[in-house]
Design a protein. Structure first.
Length: 64
């Protein structure tokens, strides 16, 4: 019975104080999304240049 009362007290304290334990997961999710957007932006910005560079390397390996 004491365990149930302690659980209820802790649960209600967290609810009334506005526990922020879940905030870290949200923050990590936002950081991952921002990193993904940055990677996509960089790939789109230099994609054509990289494609041309790799085509030059393939042409160089195939010989004249």
């Amino acid at each position: 019975m004491l365990t149930v009362l302690l659980f209820m007290r802790n649960f209600l304290d967290d609810r009334l104080r506005g526990s922020d334990r879940g905030a870290t997961a949200v923050e990590y999710g936002l950081m991952v999304a921002l990193i993904a957007v940055a990677i996509i932006g960089m790939v789109m910005a230099v994609g054509d240049e990289l494609n041309g560079l790799f085509a030059d390397v393939v042409d160089g390996l195939n010989g004249p």
